[in-house]
Design a protein around this ligand. Sequence first.
Ligand code: PSU
Ligand code: MN
Length: 302
Amino acid sequence: MKPIKFSVEVKKARSLGLPIVALESTIITHGMPYPKNLETAKIVEKTVRDNGATPATIAVIKGSIHIGLESKQLETLSQVKTAEKLSRSDLVTCLAKRQTGSTTVAATMILANHVQIKVFATGGIGGAHRGSEIDFDISADLYELSKTPVNVVCAGPKAILDIPKTLEILETLGVPVITYGQNNLPGFWSKSLNIKSPSRMNSTTQIAEAFKIRQELGLSGGQLIANPIPSSKEIPWSEISKVVAQSISESQELKIKGKDVTPFLLNRIFEITNGKSLEANKALIINNARLAAKIAINLMES
Ligand code: PSU
Ligand code: MN
């Protein structure tokens, strides 16, 4: 197996023992159109740096694991049309076949943990899709959270999902869902859903403390931190829920299945809202990068 390739800045941060925040790449290849994806990825990386940590965008390029991308590599990945969307099930087959793929939440967690990165910022995690009681479409992200010790900062489960089912599965799997600074769960584009969060914390030191206790007790798995989108950038649930419902019924008519469902829905919602959902998506990831950097710093403090 080829060695892991670290970017220059990640290599330096590792040698100096500085805090690092992992970032996923599926959001770049499948979550947003070019050039908005590249613009967002760059701002997210900058936000991590501005908040005192080093960004490590993770991807598989021509069969090599990359932890941190140089700007040229980021630019290429943002325009590549053939990258596979990699989760736990297809990560190693992509590596063995020497292909290129972007990492979802699950695959990013696996690779981050492999190189001792304990904090990861994304937009929204995958979960139980609506109708999953029939088609069993439940994201591998949920199972990864129960196995791999990484703090995943998101803006709530993507609101295209069945949120109550997603919460039930997370509880069954023993994954703490910690909402930052409010009682209700955030819903990705919306600051708040009418669903109480299983847990609330108001400080990043407390979030870091919970993770340390988890490790001391030898509990497997990570934590999900739900960080509400800033009010000024949100699309209220009363507004976006109709768009979500329309997109889901279109996906059913077109018989979109499996790993194509989430990218299809995100793109349709972007089209129907005339780009407003994309602006919200960008704002929430930036907001998550900021919080993730703080948690990474707190985890370094003993
Ligand atoms: N967050 C975003 N946009 C995305 C994703 C997250 O703002 O596109 C990606 C993540 O990589 C996540 C994936 O793991 O969507 C979920 O896909 P699925 O529902 O097929 O498991
Ligand atoms: Mn799925």
